[in-house]
Design a protein around this ligand. Structure first.
Ligand code: UD1
Ligand code: CA
Length: 462
């Protein structure tokens, strides 16, 4: 039977004190709800249903372009049991194992989900609850065990007697696996006679027990997996847990970090062995870093490819490509479409956009290179700028191989400069330059001798 995962994400999250729904807040480079969905995907469930309500469109936007998700809108938030009932009605019934996850528990591991499903399926249970023993159980539903040692009921914190609150330490993680068919048939039995006046999904445990249906619980040994995010402090805490998890994996794979608490790497990033990640480095999106490259300190790379043995210091790069043996920064800004080929350099205060810097070519200081194709072995002098924008169009600059561009050159695009060209410093190049030529554009230098003495005499000084 195909496995369905239902991710409850309709709640408001008032404690975040935010204009945006809680589950859209980011943990590393992905929204909270994305992590729950990712865990479900990695556990290879067959169908993913996300229940949206509060800020529904923003939550949907998190998955724009993903076609493996069914959204169900819960217009009125009448509780977790109600949310699942709405899903059943919308899908015309449930069958097979149904895993319920929440959009605000981003640290759940795919292996834990798989184990939960296997346990429920093998034991033919109507429901298996994933439980935990948190340091501070306040706020969580408490597990009540029967004399047979089996789970008997879940009592919400708000509905606990003072004694239950004190004595019951095993808690409901909010993650379950149900038999879809039996859940479909029985969920209408849920009432809302409780302190919050809500339909609690947790009440299904007691209902099944009364019906004589088998229910079970499995403990989750790693409490960090079940950390719920309700406020910004918990969001920061969960982010640290995930950062450590990812960094531990990378270090085990041969990546060095001077201080792993100051490196943030997204879940889809690849880093090869002998790479070094220096403090204050963020690697986001589909970034990949090749062997023995050194990134940071102070670098943020998003969807950027870095080859081997390159150094990328104090650099911001977005959708850029940095090949092998490249030197970047300190303080380089590589914008989408920047491609630094083998052995090239983008130095200090250099911005490159939609341009190719050929093998071994150097842009060492204070330059803007946009919409340009630069050949091999080119030297771009300090302060050189491609004037690519005329106010209406973006225009192209091409430069051949081995060309030397003097400092403070303006290349007014569209313009083509050939190979083996020399451009004199401070030239404003508005016309194409053929191969092997010298181009200089500058007014003649005037020298007025004895100028200082003349001025002194004018002022009546000796
Ligand atoms: C829930 C459990 C509690 C468990 C805890 C673990 C119930 C009644 N209680 O409590 O036993 O210990 O999780 O974190 O289930 N949601 C909807 N629609 C609704 C209500 C909630 O989609 O109508 C979503 C919320 O967005 C949230 C999740 O369900 O993602 C949990 O709801 P919440 O009200 O926060 O339950 P807890 O009080 O955390
Ligand atoms: Ca000039």
């Amino acid at each position: 039977m195909p496995v369905t995962a239902i991710i409850l994400a309709a709640g408001e999250g008032t404690r975040m004190k935010s204009a945006h729904p809680k589950v859209t807040h980011k943990l590393l480079d992905h929204p909270l709800v994305w992590w729950s969905v990712d865990a479900a995907r990695k556990a290879q469930v067959d169908r993913i249903v996300v229940v949206v309500g509060n800020g529904a469109d923003e939550v949907r936007d998190v998955f724009a372009g993903d076609d493996d998700i069914t959204f169900v809108e819960q217009a009125e938030r009448l509780g977790t049991g109600h949310a699942v009932k709405v899903v059943r009605d919308e899908l015309g019934g449930l069958a097979g194992p149904v895993v319920v996850l929440t959009g605000d528990s981003p640290l759940i591991r795919p292996e834990t989900i798989s184990k939960l499903v296997d346990h429920n399926r093998e034991g033919h249970f109507a429901c298996t609850v994933l439980t935990m023993v948190p340091k501070d159980p306040s706020g969580y539903g408490r597990i009540v065990f029967g004399t047979d040692g089996q789970i008997k009921a879940i009592v919400e914190d708000k509905d606990c007697t003072p004694r239950q609150r004190l004595e019951l330490c095993e808690c409901n993680s909010g993650i379950y696996c149900f038999c879809g068919r039996r859940l479909s048939e029985s969920i209408d039995r849920l009432g809302h006679d409780n302190v919050q006046g809500e339909y609690y999904l947790t009440d299904m445990v007691g209902i099944y027990r009364e019906m004589g249906e088998p229910v079970s619980s499995v403990p989750c040994c790693d409490p960090t997996e079940l950390l719920g995010v309700n406020d910004r402090a918990q969001l920061a805490e969960a982010t640290c847990v995930m950062r450590d998890r990812i960094n531990q994996r990378l270090m085990a794979e041969g990546v060095s970090m001077l201080d792993p608490s100051l490196v943030w790497v997204g879940p889809d990033v690849e880093v090869a062995r002998d790479a070094v990640l220096m403090p204050m480095t963020m690697l986001w999106g589909r970034t990949s870093v090749g062997e023995a490259s050194v990134i940071g300190p102070n670098s943020r790379l998003t969807d950027t490819y870095v080859g081997c043995r390159s150094t990328v210091e104090e650099t911001v790069a977005i959708e850029a490509r940095i090949d092998d043996d490249v030197s970047c920064g300190p303080r380089a800004y590589l914008r989408p479409g920047a491609h630094l080929m083998d052995g090239s350099k983008a130095g200090t205060h250099v911005e490159i956009k939609k341009s190719t810097i050929g093998p071994g070519s150097k842009v060492p200081h204070l330059s803007y290179i946009g919409d340009a194709t630069i050949g091999e072995g080119v030297n771009i002098g300090a302060g050189t700028i491609t004037c690519n924008y005329d106010g209406i169009h973006k225009n192209k600059t091409t430069i051949g191989d081995r060309t030397f561009v003097g400092s403070d050159t303006m290349l007014v695009a569209p313009v083509n400069v050939g190979s083996d060209v020399t451009i004199g410093a401070s030239s404003c190049i508005t016309h194409d330059v053929p191969d092997g030529a010298l181009a200089v554009e500058r007014s003649e230098q005037k020298v007025v001798e004895g100028y200082a003495a003349r001025k002194r005499a004018q002022r009546g000084e000796a």
